[in-house]
Design a protein around this ligand. Sequence first.
Ligand SMILES: [Mg+2]
Length: 442
Amino acid sequence: MSAAHWRSGSRSTNYPIVNDRPGPTRILHENAPKLAYGIDSVGGMNRFDSDTLDFAHSAERRIIHVDMDAFYAAVEQRDAVELRGRPVIVGGAPHRRGVVAAASYEAREFGVHSAMPTAAAVRLCPGAIRIAPRFAHYATVSQQIRSIFGRYTPIVEPLSLDEAFLDVSASQRLWGDAINIAQRIKNDIVRELGLVASVGIATNKFVAKIASDIDKPDGFVEVEMDKITEFLNPLPVTRIWGIGKVAAKRLADLGIITVHDLKRIPNERLIAAFGASGHHWLQLARGIDSREVVADHAVKSLSHEVTFAEDLDNDDELRATLTSLVENAAARLRAAELRASTVQLKIRHYDFTTRSRSRSFAAPTRSTAKFLSTAVGLLTTYRQQYRGAVRLVGVGLSGCGGAPTQSDLFTESVALDTVTDSINQRFGDRTLRRAAGLNNKS
Ligand SMILES: [Mg+2]
């Protein structure tokens, strides 16, 4: 495996790696304290000493970002031996203007990436095997990954089916430091689920997320607090959330290419050019991000969005993308045993104009069909009013709650979704998919 560190401490980075070979599953509780103790002594100070522990950990948070490598494609390759080592594209059919939801690393070598039209992907990699997405199945696997996270911390904030933030600050007493916890999580995922995750460890969400991405696949990167500047400075500004192609071009015109460059220009100039975003970017460039990891049982909404590599102006493609976003969000909603009463559509145009439209139901539901027809209706109305190339599409389900309602229990489409989810969970049957999904057919 690869490992990278931006650490200043004197501690050895040769922590144990136990996931490289298949073998009997170790008994976690026997193994854990010994393993943690062995690598957790810093300068002779034993961190398991309760007097020093709380003091040591109150100073900085320890946040892990876990991001599965090529998740949907990796699940397909795991489930079907004949797909292993081959270029696999998970996405909608090319003749239906489908988009790529995930590409295996073998396909990525040909330049294929997610959110590109499947037709373009197939042109780049004619030998690729295309698989229609099985979101309900991915949601099940996602739940299995979640239950692994739950062994180490209750504070888990999923961003999508394949990524989550974990706050492990308070878990270190029990499981050893964040590095050890992250290593365990990677090991558990490989051993129990046959999938590979990249992890980033840092003192805030922004840095942890970049860290997990920078050494993919099978990444393992920790950024210590006093190494954040060194870590961020050489990175391109596009690593900063909210800086896409267009903003990056405008920044480049000002001579700003790297994070370091961004910090060198006067604050007022940045704010004059980019408004509040400029200020926000600068905070991130300095490595400042105080947002908490919000456990999802506290979450009242969930959303998915896609930023296109190339701005999109074709309504069929927008609808196909929206369909896959809704399928994904609805599967997550059901996996969390939640219902939603509002569907929100978010559109960002090539010029960064961002608008959202929403529609609410009288009673919360978890019906994909209901969410889908609502989202597509919102998009159709929106496009009648606003044309122009689109760079980002998002869908949000909110007003979430757990209690079922009468109408929900007897809604036919929900029964279908539930049956589909559970059959996919049990058999991984890829024939059970939504026929109405533009983006979702073989
Ligand atoms: Mg991923």
